[in-house]
Design a protein around this ligand. Structure first.
Ligand code: GDP
Ligand code: MG
Length: 163
């Protein structure tokens, strides 16, 4: 769908915090679509006067490590198929996780427009893992703090650039 931006990433990296941050500040309706769609939540947001839809994924309860990976890959593939842009969210406190590298590789292969959001970079001193993610050959890597509203605007500039 045009103008659909999907948030994808491992559990606990801060996707829902980022979703709420973006939606709250650009106040709009949110509606739940549980069941078939695997608990995705959609919201309508605006950035630089451009309206778009934001999709939060991963409302699942992971039952095992293997399950996290399987569910995450499924959600990423769904996002690749349906969204115009993917915001891949990682945990800036943990650094590069093997599942992240794998998902980023898939995103690159898909040729989908995507940006990497390194979340939980609450202060500039937390930006230590940014280079590690750039080394994966991803040009669009942004330090963000969903909690402190740091870097969110730059991230959205990049994510909505193609609209
Ligand atoms: P999700 O599972 O990816 O949707 O992650 P959540 O949004 O539920 O957040 C998981 C945890 O990370 C929560 O305890 C949040 O408070 C915390 N968190 C989210 N964003 C940030 C951030 O920018 N900085 C810090 N320090 N913690 C965050
Ligand atoms: Mg969540």
């Amino acid at each position: 769908y045009t103008r659909l931006v999907a948030l994808v990433g491992r559990p606990n990296v801060g996707k829902s915090s980022l979703f709420n941050r973006i939606i709250r500040e650009r106040k709009s309706l949110v509606h739940d679509e549980p069941g078939v769609t695997r608990d995705r939540i959609f919201g309508r947001a605006e950035h630089n006067g451009e309206a778009f839809y934001l999709c939060d994924t991963g409302g699942f309860e992971p039952t095992s490590k293997d399950n996290i990976k399987i569910q995450l890959v499924e959600q990423a593939e769904m996002a690749i198929e349906e969204a115009e842009t993917v915001i891949f969210v990682v945990d800036g406190r943990e650094g590069l996780h093997p599942v992240d590298s794998d998902l980023i590789r898939r995103l690159r292969k898909s040729e989908k427009n995507f940006v990497v959001c390194v979340n939980k970079c609450d202060l500039p001193k937390d930006d230590i893992f940014i280079e590690e993610f750039r080394k994966l050959g991803v040009p669009n890597v942004y330090p963000v703090s969903a909690e402190h509203n740091r870097g969110v605007s730059d991230l959205l500039d990049a994510a909505t650039e193609i609209f």
